[in-house]
Structure formats: C-alpha cells, structure tokens
Design a protein around this ligand. Structure first.
Ligand SMILES: [Zn+2]
Length: 403
C-alpha cells in the first residue's frame, strides 16, 4: 500500500527532528495537493519553509517516490518543478459520518469539489462491526461508480457522536452510541475500508467543515454546535481544530444548567442535553400532542407557523443553548457560533433564541460581536469535515494505515 505520505516519515524515528521533518513533508504534500505542480521556490513561499529546507525535503521525497521533479523555467530562470507522484491520477478524500440512524459518505477532490454525497439509513442500536461492513460496502459502490481506484483515496475521516481518544482511536464512553464504547474503531475501519482512516468526534468534523466549506470568509475562531440526539461542540481556535489533551473537547451537552432538572442518560441531572437536545425537544413536542407522531420536521413546521407550544419548545432550547455557549464564548471569544442539527430548520427562531441566551449570560463586550448562525451545510457538514481532516492532514500519529 502506498499511503506512506501520512504514516511512514513519522514512524521512521521518534525524535523531534523526525517529527518536524514529517510535518514539513506533509506541508509540502498539502501544498501540492491544493495547487498541483509547483516550482521549489513557489513551494517555499506557500509553505513558509526556506528554499534550502524545501530543496532537501524534495530530494528525500523523490527517493521515497512521493514526488517527481522536472526542469522548467520561471521568470526566465531555470527552476525545478515538483509534483506528487502519480499526479495525473485523480486523488480523492473520503468523509464518513455515522450517527444513531444514518451513515453519510462524501467524496471530494483536493480542490474541494464534491464528487459524491450519499446517505444510508442504519438500524437503531446498530453494532460497530456491522456498521464498519456497511461503510466498506458503500465506499466500494461509490468508488466504483466514480471509477476511482482505492489506491487513489488519500484517506478517510470518520465522525461519530461520541468522544474519541485520539491516541488510541477508540471510542470513549458516550451516551449516544453506548454499545460502541471501547471499540477499536480506527483500526477496524482501516482494515474494512482498505484506506488510511482517522476517527474524530462528529462535532469536531462539523467545525472543520465550516472552516472549509461554510462560506464564512476569513474566520479563524468558531464554535460549531451540533444539536441532535446529543449536544456537542467543535472548537476552531486560531484557525485550527482544538483537541485538548486527548481529543475530548466540546462536551457541552453535559453541563448542568438545572441542578434538580430531568435525569440525563449520562447519569447527571439537568444537563443541557436533557433539556435542549433534539430528543428532549421531541419528547416535549410529543407530550403536547400525544395522538400524533412527533418529528423534527413537524416541530419545525409548527414553530415556523407560530404554534405557541412549538415556538416555546424551540425558544427555550435556544435560550438554554445560548446560556451554556455563553461560557464558551466568554472563554474563547470566537467570531462565529454555528448551530447545526435537524431543528435548525426553525431558522431565525432558534438562532435568535441562542443569541438571546448568549447576550443574557455573557459579557456584552464579548457576546456583542459574536455572530450566531445556522449551518448551510445541513446534514453533510460532518462527512465534509472528514474530508477536510484528510486534506488538512491529521495529527502526527493519528492515522491508522492499512499497510
Ligand atoms: Zn448528561
């Protein structure tokens, strides 16, 4: 398998020099993926590395068959043109989002063009090993339809609604997929899919997708909040995904906001998730109209039409979200809070309520300039974020390679 680009250089030595070299090799690869063939001088400008460093690294990368070089001229002077090995073949990044009831798979090119975006329904309580097999089958079908060889998949970023230990690639105990706790997801997916895999919390991937595809301009600091069966946040700080010590950031769903509130599935009481998650909203909606099916779609539709019960459910959830996000915003001072999930169809009603909660519970100096919006990426955000993870390069040792 030729996925040396993401795994081999770092694995070859443990010293800081090796790690630095691996990081610099990855910067060069990313620049080439984004732009295509470049001269060594252009690579130096793009990556911020010195000409000498680029020249040395390119020599090593030629030896490792990662790139090829050819003579060219630039501004009338002789120059060395560098391109990724096999650069004429179409490379792609794959993103997969696994939820309680769905699997979504997106394929993009390094130029950020979306080639495929498909969704499959999953059985409630689906088991990890079955879902890995489904993911492998869907990937095989999609690559077959696109006529893309598996060897041309740069990597696959996979999101699940649970905290992930980024050192081990195992799922930590999460309330949304409790039966997946401790499963070696990264290794099993890499073996099943036959491509290098990285696993991330889905809200983290949503945050990365907003940075790449969200259309927010030059945003460097944003909070992505996923309001679905659970509530989680992904944090972009200074243009980078903030992962904390071992990747378990943004667990805002289990912030207590009502000391003697409803019992939460995490074992706590009065957690944000027990009050403002999609599931909590639908439970209230169902209780108010016991004879009719309560769906996110019907809640949103009635809220938009001004039904007072539906409006109250969405507004109260938005206020509670805003209150907890207030602490996050006070701490991080982001430019943007992006709210995502099935109920975001309620649009301004939800956004205005979150903003109201923010301004009530946050320093006005901080909350004032923070924009709240819903995600324009809808259900694709997390899977797109998986692609962004691949194209941006993951953590040094985070990839499970297949060979
Ligand atoms: Zn909880």
């Amino acid at each position: 398998m030729t996925r040396r680009s993401v795994s081999t250089p770092a694995a070859r030595g443990s010293g800081s020099q090796h790690a630095l070299r691996a990081a610099n090799v990855r910067r060069i690869e990313q620049a080439l993926r984004a732009t295509g063939a470049m001269t060594q001088s252009a690579l130096a400008r793009t990556t911020g590395l010195s000409n000498a460093t680029v020249s040395n690294l390119v020599r090593v990368m030629v030896d490792e068959q990662l790139v090829t070089t050819s003579a060219t001229t630039s501004s009338g002077r002789r120059a060395v043109l560098v391109q990724l090995a096999g650069g004429s073949r179409r490379k792609v990044a794959v993103g997969i989002d696994i939820g309680r009831g769905h699997l979504r798979l997106v394929v993009v090119t390094p130029a950020r063009e979306v080639l495929a975006d498909v969704e499959r329904t999953l059985e409630p309580g689906h088991r990890a090993q079955d879902t890995v097999a489904i993911a492998a089958a869907v990937l095989g079908d999609v690559l077959g339809d696109l006529g893309i060889d598996r060897a041309d998949v740069l990597g696959c970023g996979v999101g699940i609604p649970a905290p992930i230990d980024r050192h081990t690639g195992r799922t930590s105990h999460g309330a949304v997929l409790p039966e997946w706790s401790g499963y070696p997801l990264r290794e099993q997916l890499a073996a099943g899919l036959g491509v290098p895999v990285e696993v991330e919390n889905d809200a983290n991937l949503g945050a990365l997708a907003e940075l790449t595809w969200g259309g927010h301009g030059d945003v460097t600091d944003l909070v992505f909040v996923k309001v679905a069966s659970g509530i989680g946040a992904g944090l972009i700080v200074g243009g980078r995904l903030h992962r904390g010590r071992d990747g378990k950031t943004g667990e805002i769903g289990h912030t207590t906001i009502l000391e003697y509130g409803p019992v939460c599935r995490c074992g706590g009481r009065g957690c944000l998730e027990a009050i403002a998650s999609g599931q909590a909203m639908l439970a209230l909606w169902q209780a108010s109209r016991p004879t009719q099916p309560a769906t996110a779609e019907s809640l949103v539709r009635h809220a938009r039409a001004g039904d007072p019960t539906a409006v109250r459910i969405v507004e109260d959830a938005g206020l509670a979200l805003g209150r907890v996000l207030g602490g996050v915003v006070n701490l991080l001072n982001p430019q943007l809070v992006v709210v995502s999930g099935p109920v975001t169809g309620a649009g301004e009603l939800l956004v205005d309520s979150v903003a109201a909660g923010l301004s009530r519970f946050t320093s006005p100096v901080v909350a004032g300039p923070t924009r709240v919006t819903t995600s324009a990426l809808k259900g694709s955000a997390e899977a797109l974020g998986g692609c962004a993870l691949v194209l941006r390069g993951a953590g040094d040792d985070a990839w499970a390679s297949v060979g």
